[in-house]
Design a protein around this ligand. Structure first.
Ligand code: GRF
Length: 215
């Protein structure tokens, strides 16, 4: 399955996906990376890997719809069949989300539906929860909503700073996103009634992902 990636920054999740897609037998390949920021570090990773890149700045478009249409054009031209949002920091228009319905994934650094939105790790620490994590889900019009493909659980440890917690969750994200993309690209995961059903052996071995406590 041909995959287009949307980024806005560092691109470490994109890099984790790239590494996975290069493993023999992985059912997806990355055909294009689009960033809305020209200085996104992820662009350099893509270029070094010989992947087609585009900078499409939202500031160059009068409307959200026009910005999304420019991205859509590049995705279609590259032959993308699925989109992975990987640290992409723009809200998408309803039309774009509808067009790519069940063909667009996002990763969010919490156990959704808890802690949608921004400043996730600070809010997680402030809430005093003991377990957090990461979620890969199909994109819907509402931010950080949509059928959940896979989740990873990560402990919140006493004295955690935002940075320490973010690093711990990010390490889980880098395992989780390639797993979720594999499930979707292979056809093992599919949306049914706004939930994701996972079929086959892969579900038995890799379904939920738990990161053990470092005791
Ligand atoms: C990740 O924590 C992801 O969950 C969130 O934004 C961050 C992106 O990091 N949506 P990177 O650009 O993939 O390194």
């Amino acid at each position: 399955m041909k995959v287009g990636i949307l980024i806005s920054g560092r691109g470490s999740n994109f890099e984790a996906l790239l590494t996975a897609t290069r493993e023999p037998g992985y059912p997806a390949e990355i055909v294009v990376v689009i960033s809305n920021k020209a200085d996104a570090a992820g662009l350099a990773i893509a270029k070094a890997a010989g992947i087609e890149t585009h900078v499409i700045s939202h500031k160059d478009y009068e409307t959200r719809e026009a910005f999304d249409a420019a991205m859509d054009e590049k995705l279609v031209a590259a032959g993308a069949e699925l989109i992975c949002n990987a640290g992409f920091m723009r809200i998408l228009s309803d039309g774009f989300v509808a067009k790519w319905r069940d063909r667009q994934l996002n990763i969010h650094p919490s156990l959704l539906p808890a802690f949608k939105g921004l400043h996730v790790h600070q809010r997680t620490i402030d809430a005093g929860v003991r377990i957090t994590g990461a979620t890969v889900h199909f994109v819907r019009a509402e931010m950080d909503e949509g059928p959940i493909v896979a989740q990873a659980a990560v402990p919140v440890l006493p004295g955690d700073t935002v940075e320490a917690l973010a690093d711990r969750v990010l390490a889980a994200e880098h395992v989780l996103y390639p797993l979720a993309l594999r499930l979707v690209a292979s056809g093992a995961a599919r949306v049914s009634g706004e939930k994701v059903i996972i079929q086959g052996e892969v579900a038995a071995t890799d379904g939920p992902l738990f990161v053990p406590l470092p005791l």
